[in-house]
Design a binder for this molecule. Structure first.
Ligand SMILES: *Cc1c(COP(=O)(O)O)cnc(C)c1O
Length: 227
């Protein structure tokens, strides 16, 4: 598969890195404070390994079984970011390998994750579309979920996460996310991370304060269809 060859991956990785530096600087921000998570869902382990060899350490996955298999097959210094919709009954298993979970969007999920000895970082996922069902809490519900995370054992509130809604400019949507982030920081001043921005809209996200980008196809090449 030519798209996963190291040379092609390296040049796409560099191109995205240049976009990040340029957009961060235009926004008056320090590019070194931005984490780019490479989303490798549906891609084989070999592609992740090639990216690892190029120096990538932050990877995003959206399905528990696939993520667990990759985590078991690859070096332990990888930080796995779980970015997909998460079933309550699988929550505790995801904790075993995930450095952070970006998709916490309801109280039951916080309760399912509560009570571990080691610490997992969680983002409260916000639905910016107003159309329930695609993951994410309604903005009005975010403070309560954030407070529940803060009081849970073994969870650290990192901040907020969102996907830009379809059919709307990303920038005003990410601006709303930033306002929600401000409210979350009133609950926990350390929860200042914003996970937003993908291949097509990372510039808008950086403009509106994103600290964690989740970039897939711009780095990996076209995704295979879901297995
Ligand atoms: C797949 C996915 C991404 C990456 O999307 P690209 O458009 O390929 O960059 C980011 N975030 C989430 C939640 C995803 O599921």
């Amino acid at each position: 598969m030519s798209h996963s060859q190291p040379d092609a991956l390296r040049s796409r990785l560099e191109a995205v890195s240049e976009r990040v530096v340029r957009a961060a600087e235009e926004a008056g921000r320090d590019p070194s404070e931005v984490t780019t998570i490479v989303v490798t869902k549906f891609h084989p382990v070999e592609l992740v390994r090639n990216l690892y060899d190029l120096g990538v350490r932050d990877f995003g996955e959206s399905r528990h079984q696939e993520a667990r298999e990759k985590a078991a097959a690859l070096p332990a210094d990888i930080r796995w970011h779980f970015v997909g919709q998460l079933q309550t009954k699988k929550a505790r298993q995801v904790r075993t390998y995930a450095h952070s979970i970006h998709s916490v969007d309801r109280l039951q999920l916080v309760d399912a994750l509560d009570g571990a000895d080691d610490e997992t970082e969680v983002f409260v996922q916000v639905d910016l579309s107003g159309e329930p069902g695609r993951g994410g809490a309604a903005p009005a519900d975010v403070p309560e979920i954030a407070r529940r995370v803060v009081s849970a054992r073994g969870l650290r509130l990192a901040g907020v996460m969102a996907v830009a809604p379809l059919g709307e400019d990303a920038e005003p949507a990410f601006r709303r996310l930033r306002e929600i982030s401000d409210r979350v920081r009133e609950i926990d001043p350390d929860a200042r991370r914003i996970s937003a921005g993908m291949s097509g809209d990372l510039e808008s996200a950086l403009k509106e304060g994103a600290t964690h980008l989740r970039v897939g196809s711009a780095i990996t090449g076209q995704r295979p269809t879901a297995p």
